[in-house]
Design a protein around this ligand. Structure first.
Ligand SMILES: N[C@@H](CCC(=O)N[C@@H](CS)C(=O)NCC(=O)O)C(=O)O
Length: 370
């Protein structure tokens, strides 16, 4: 089986650069905003794709931009949808359902950790393991890349933002996609109550960018650099770097908590939580981007990627409070978080790290109550 990641020199993991980088706007010569014209292809396991699902939900775009979900099991040919027979059988039911769920699929089970033993890698539960691909009946994400560019030769990654009109990939870089979704391009198609949601307000943009840049390198991608390291020295330096930066986030959130406690008083937890975010006193893109790594940390990264100095729940009380606030108090976070996809994907797909494919049951529960 081929390696599922691109290795750089010296046993270090290097993430490839995304190749489709267009935007959607009224001024764009091709990609104009429209309801039903664009489609998101995601994995519920993937932290990069997860950003786009959360943003889509927070911006009220679930009935403007449709969504298909790949199977959690990534094999040597990449991501796949449910098989053809199933697709044809369920096409109508899928088209009826696609706009219902925030993730385009049934969402978070509160406890995924009962048993994984009976779930096989070729499991075909409709809207549970995956959806189909309803427009072309494609079997794989790679089909979309080849349709866009028959010469495409890089990796077939999710998320993919697809244009149904020109039948091409608009963008396959999550950091771009969430900015496109956050822009006001789709405002005329969304409910009024979402129009004031801005995840990158101008006055916080520089701070958000600064926060994102070290969070990306040392936390979001840091856990991958740790887990995919092929030499002990590389692993040891990457894992230390991840925890140094978690310490930095913990300090930011701890300081913020003290300030909010002074402002609202110890007992007004509700008020404190309403401003308990990483940058500024409102929910921003910085929270979205950090969340998708932190929510996977205890269930997967601690054991599978050997990020095990401590766990979020045991070692980082303020990050733990912050992540539970987002999960339990915001549908856009909870409904797009699927612990079963998350745990099964990593432990069954990375066969070099976990050759026997036994999926650890813990931690129990996946996430603690608030
Ligand atoms: N830069 C991309 C990275 C996306 C990415 O690496 N996705 C992984 C899943 S977590 C993927 O699709 N990998 C498939 C493969 O490499 O075959 C983004 O943020 O959108």
């Amino acid at each position: 089986m081929s390696k599922q990641w691109a290795s750089g020199t010296n046993g270090a993991f290097k993430r490839q650069v995304s190749s489709f980088r267009e935007t959607i706007s009224k001024q764009h010569p091709i990609y104009k905003p429209a309801k039903g014209r664009y489609w998101l292809y995601v994995s519920l396991a993937c932290p990069w794709a997860h950003r786009t699902l959360i943003t889509r939900a927070l911006k009220g775009l679930t009935s403007v931009i449709g969504c298909s979900v790949v199977h959690w099991h990534l094999d040597e040919k990449g991501w796949r949808f449910l098989d053809m027979e199933k697709q044809l059988e369920d096409r109508e039911s899928f088209l009826e359902h696609w706009h219902d769920a925030a993730g385009g699929i049934k969402t978070a089970k509160e406890d995924s950790s009962k048993s994984f033993a009976a779930i096989k890698n070729d499991s075909q539960r409709f809207m549970v393991d995956a959806t189909n691909e309803p427009h072309y009946g494609y079997e794989r994400i790679s089909d979309l890349y080849y349709k866009s560019d028959p010469q495409y030769s890089a990796r077939f990654t999710v998320p993919v933002l697809w244009d149904l009109e020109t039948q091409t990939i608009v963008n396959n870089e999550s950091s771009d996609i969430i900015r496109i979704l956050n822009s006001n391009a789709f405002d005329e198609f969304i409910d009024d109550k979402f129009k004031k949601t801005d995840l990158v307000p101008a006055q916080l943009e520089a701070k958000i960018d600064e926060f994102n840049s070290w969070v990306y390198d040392s936390i979001n991608n840091g856990v991958y650099k740790t887990g995919f390291a092929e030499k002990a020295e590389v692993y040891e330096s990457e894992v230390s770097n991840v925890f140094e930066h978690l310490d930095k986030v913990e300090k930011i959130l701890g300081d913020k908590y003290v300030k909010l406690k002074a402002k609202y008083g110890e007992d007004d937890r509700q008020k404190i939580l309403s401003e308990f975010f990483t940058v500024g006193d409102q929910l921003t893109e910085a929270d979205v981007r950090l969340y998708t790594t932190i929510i996977r940390f205890d269930p997967v990264y601690v054991q599978h990627f050997k990020c095990n100095f401590t766990s979020i729940r045991a070692g980082y009380p303020f990050i733990h409070l912050w992540v539970r606030n987002l999960y339990w108090n915001y549908d856009a976070f909870r409904h797009t978080t699927d612990f079963e996809h998350i745990k099964l994907h990593y432990t069954r797909s990375h066969t070099r790290i976990n050759p026997l494919g036994i999926t650890p049951l813990g931690p129990k529960p996946d996430i603690r109550p608030l």
